[in-house]
Ligand binder design. Structure first.
Ligand SMILES: *[C@@H]1O[C@H](CO)[C@@H](O)[C@H](O)[C@H]1NC(C)=O
Ligand SMILES: *[C@@H]1O[C@H](CO)[C@@H](O)[C@H](O)[C@H]1NC(C)=O
Ligand SMILES: *[C@@H]1O[C@H](CO)[C@@H](O)[C@H](O)[C@H]1NC(C)=O
Ligand SMILES: *[C@@H]1O[C@H](CO)[C@@H](O)[C@H](O)[C@H]1NC(C)=O
Ligand SMILES: *[C@@H]1O[C@H](CO)[C@@H](O)[C@H](O)[C@H]1NC(C)=O
Ligand SMILES: *[C@@H]1O[C@H](CO)[C@@H](O)[C@H](O)[C@H]1NC(C)=O
Ligand SMILES: *[C@@H]1O[C@H](CO)[C@@H](O)[C@H](O)[C@H]1NC(C)=O
Ligand SMILES: *[C@@H]1O[C@H](CO)[C@@H](O)[C@H](O)[C@H]1NC(C)=O
Length: 722
């Protein structure tokens, strides 16, 4: 904690004792979901934190007592890469050991026990590649059927990077589109789900049983060309599920019969766990149950507790990645059309789980800039209107407890991690722990750090967050940070972020306004679809309604679509309202958009191909000559080499133009970062440059010697100006 307090007449107190600094934000513990054991007495979670002294991350696996909230360390052995509960045993654990004694590049499955993690552990299986995403089910005979994933060759063999032969040339050759995505060039290997069994053997003393596996894993995707699961870059183990009886596996794959770059179609496949049959799409174009006219992205397959049904989402539109996700339930063996549930509900949930009795579903969805849990009976039908039973923050995960409650892990703008119990009838029951109360670096954060308000937009009310600095005093004034989100189909949600955390900006001495105007998600389709410009209306509302906001010395910042908005307003009158702009990975040259790999995205948003609808592509072109002639506001550009969605050339082009036009500007580039800056040391430099830039032009830096400065970075600046 910095303890310095700065106060002058009329000026806000900045960087007080409870201010959140970039160092604290980046180093603070990052914790996983809390997963309860079968009896619901304790839950398991991982945690990692960064040290600015050693420049290393340390990680651990821990147990939290669900009565007292007390946390105990289970292990901090770095070879434990994934740890889950083993079956119905309250203390049994199964984990992936990230090393392999015999196969370089392989991993091992180990069994242990919470009673004595180090003493009771033993190796149960040796796996020939770098597998992850472990999920299990106990069979009738007491064996453990498991699934996990790794990269695979098209012949089905798991790919082991350490053992693979290295070609002499670095050339890549492509005969189909989608040559790279996010931060990775596509190669001849792809993700595949594998299955295996740990057989239970009586052994040792008394009834002690030991698990082991001698059989090799089965690639469940082999047999159908072009399947891939989980789907990169964000797909993980939520792209597949294993049924409770261990007999079936369901997984999501992009449509194998279509090119990957210019549509979003994907299906849910069903395959026997033993791989005895080929996977079959339950909602593909030729599947008997496919709902009419539903062709878009499928997601989140989830087996019912009786292993007979699969709940999943699918979007209708074949090219719109932000189309509404509708819930379907497929019954195994049924040839009937798969019925939709709550189809008329104007929300787009992203996770679904069954209640333990198999009669209902719990959905997690964005709802008015919060993430909320909703309850829905499985026989609710189309017109049912799901009810929310949580309200604030956002939900990362939720698990059934034996007493019918749910154990929920979430976060909020003011806490990185919170674990609580909730129930569809009672709402939130009790909070076990919240990071802002236990992590020294987050000390002082609370729900009073923010408010939300609505203003009258063009045709509808628009939601916005307002985030206050530490020590906020309404009678003083603070420069505005105008925070523009990405997407455009996205939103500023009530969740924790280690990249664009508004509180760390506010605590430099600003009031952050983070609006969710047209284009934002979570308010219904009409708003998402209508991408019009309400930013200017919001700025005027803030100027006219909040006396404590100094709009004269305000700055604006945004990433991705928000970066494009910065480039756009630089060439428009709104740009003159700000002392400085920060543009992270935004489009500059409209025509350059054709270099993206996500053709579905631009072909949806611009309603057609690059050649048929070029006028649409060019309509909001920040690089149009008449806009460039207006460029005048100091601008920091951040663009990284591995951003393949919005290639680095846009940032370079913008920098060339700003420099030639004599507009104060700086380029910050990371050769090893993608659309996001995630490495801890890079993130620190990012924060120092971004906050240093706005502090310089807003006047905050001159008034407060403790505010972040551009000089805080030890990186030499390349400057050949005469
Ligand atoms: C692991 O935990 C033990 C016991 O708390 C501690 O002594 C040790 O320093 C930790 N090791 C690492 C690498 O964090
Ligand atoms: C991880 O396992 C390897 C053996 O494969 C061993 O050399 C290494 O010391 C282990 N690491 C820890 C932290 O125990
Ligand atoms: C991980 O596996 C290696 C190699 O078999 C072994 O030496 C090490 O003790 C294991 N560590 C854990 C925590 O299982
Ligand atoms: C599959 O292909 C890879 C790469 O060509 C090869 O190394 C591996 O031996 C093949 N597996 C089988 C079972 O043929
Ligand atoms: C998508 O690309 C393929 C070629 O890769 C082409 O045949 C198809 O017509 C394209 N679809 C659309 C909707 O443009
Ligand atoms: C449901 O959401 C509303 C806001 O839309 C909130 O006011 C209400 O408290 C929530 N219900 C529960 C039980 O949390
Ligand atoms: C307001 O909405 C109307 C209709 O959608 C549109 O024509 C107009 O351009 C919008 N005005 C602004 C300022 O966005
Ligand atoms: C999109 O293009 C189609 C023709 O390809 C046209 O009928 C439709 O009106 C267009 N939609 C919009 C919103 O411009």
């Amino acid at each position: 904690m910095r303890t310095f307090e700065w106060a002058v007449l009329g000026l806000g107190v900045v960087l007080g004792a409870d201010a959140l600094t970039p160092e604290q934000l980046i180093a603070a513990p990052r914790r996983s979901e809390a997963v309860p054991n079968p009896s619901g007495e304790v839950a398991l979670f991982s945690s990692s934190e960064y040290s600015w002294e050693s420049h290393e991350t340390s990680s651990s696996w821990n147990l939290i007592d669900l009565d007292s909230g007390k946390i105990t360390l289970l292990t901090n052995d770095t070879n434990v890469s994934e740890l889950i509960w083993l079956g119905s045993d309250d203390s049994g654990l199964l984990y992936i050991n990230g090393t392999n004694a015999d196969i370089p590049g392989g991993v091992e499955l180990w069994v242990s026990n919470t009673a004595s993690f180090d003493k009771l552990r033993y190796k149960a299986a040796s796996l020939p590649a770098s597998f992850s995403g472990l999920k299990t089910a106990i069979t009738k005979g007491g064996d453990v059927n498991f699934v996990l994933y790794a990269q695979s060759y098209s012949n089905g063999t798991a790919y082991n990077e350490e053992l693979a032969s290295k070609p002499l040339s670095s050339a890549r050759i492509y005969d189909s589109i989608y040559v790279r995505h996010w931060d990775t060039w596509l190669s001849t290997t792809f993700n595949a789900v594998f299955s295996g069994t740990l057989k239970r053997k009586k052994g040792g003393q008394g009834a002690n049983s030991r698990y082991s596996s001698e059989d090799s894993l089965k690639n469940l995707l082999a047999g159908v060309k072009n399947l891939e699961s989980p789907y990169p870059p964000f797909g993980g183990s939520s792209d597949y599920d294993i049924s409770g009886d261990g007999k079936w596996v369901a997984f999501k794959s992009k449509a194998p019969e279509l090119p990957r770059a210019n549509n979003t179609a994907s299906y849910i496949y069903l395959v026997p766990h033993d791989g005895s049959k080929k996977p079959v799409a339950i909602n593909g174009p030729d599947s008997p149950g496919t709902p009419d006219g539903v062709e878009g992205d499928s997601s989140s397959p989830s087996f019912s507790p009786d292993s007979r049904r699969i709940a999943y989402f699918q979007m209708e539109d074949i090219s719109y990645e932000s189309d509404r996700r509708t819930l379907y339930i497929y019954t195994i063996g049924s040839e009937k059309t798969i019925p939709a549930l709550a189809k008329n509900w104007d929300r787009s949930p992203d996770t679904v789980k069954w209640t333990a009795d198999g009669k209902s579903l719990i959905l997690n969805t964005e709802d008015h800039a919060h993430g909320r849990l909703f309850f829905l009976p499985a026989d609710g039908g189309n017109d049912y209107k799901p009810c929310n039973f949580t309200s604030t923050g956002s939900v990362n995960s939720y698990y059934n407890l034996p007493n019918g409650d749910l154990l929920v892990t979430g976060s909020a703008i003011w806490t990185s991690w919170t674990v609580y119990t909730a129930n569809p009838e009672k709402g939130v029951i009790s909070t076990l722990i919240s990071a802002n109360e236990v992590d020294p670096g987050l000390q002082g954060l609370s729900s009073s750090d923010l408010d939300e308000f609505y203003f009258q937009g063009n045709w509808t009310k628009i939601h916005s967050w307002i985030i206050y600095p530490a020590g906020f005093d309404k009678s003083k004034t603070y420069p505005l940070v105008f925070y523009v989100h990405g997407g455009p189909q996205g939103s500023w949600a009530d969740s924790w972020s280690t990249r664009w955390n508004p509180k760390v900006w506010a605590d430099q001495g600003y009031v952050v306004i983070a609006p969710n105007p047209t284009g934002s998600t979570g308010f219904g389709d009409k708003l998402t679809d209508a991408i019009t410009n309400n930013w200017g209306i919001c700025w005027e509302y803030v100027r006219d309604n909040f006396d404590f906001v100094d709009t004269e010395n305000g700055v604006a910042a945004g990433a991705s679509y928000g970066g494009f908005m910065m480039n756009w307003i630089q060439g428009n009158p709104l740009g003159r309202k700000f002392k400085a702009l920060v543009s992270h990975d935004g489009t500059f040259v409209a025509d350059a958009k054709i270099s993206t790999e996500e053709l579905w995205f631009i072909e949806h948003d611009f309603n057609g191909t690059f050649w048929a609808n070029r006028d649409n592509y060019r309509r909001w072109d920040p690089s149009a000559p008449e806009r460039i002639l207006q460029f005048d506001t100091p601008m920091l550009i951040i663009h990284s080499d591995k951003d393949y969605r919005l290639p680095v050339s846009d940032g370079l082009g913008l920098f060339n133009v700003l420099q030639e036009r004599g507009v104060p500007s700086r380029l910050l580039n990371f050769p090893d970062e993608n659309h996001w800056v995630t490495s801890k040391e890079n993130s620190l430099v990012w924060h120092q440059q971004v906050l240093g830039w706005i502090n310089k032009y807003s006047g905050v830096g001159a008034r407060n010697p403790n505010a972040v400065s551009l000089d805080d970075t030890a990186i030499p600046v390349v400057d050949y100006n005469p």
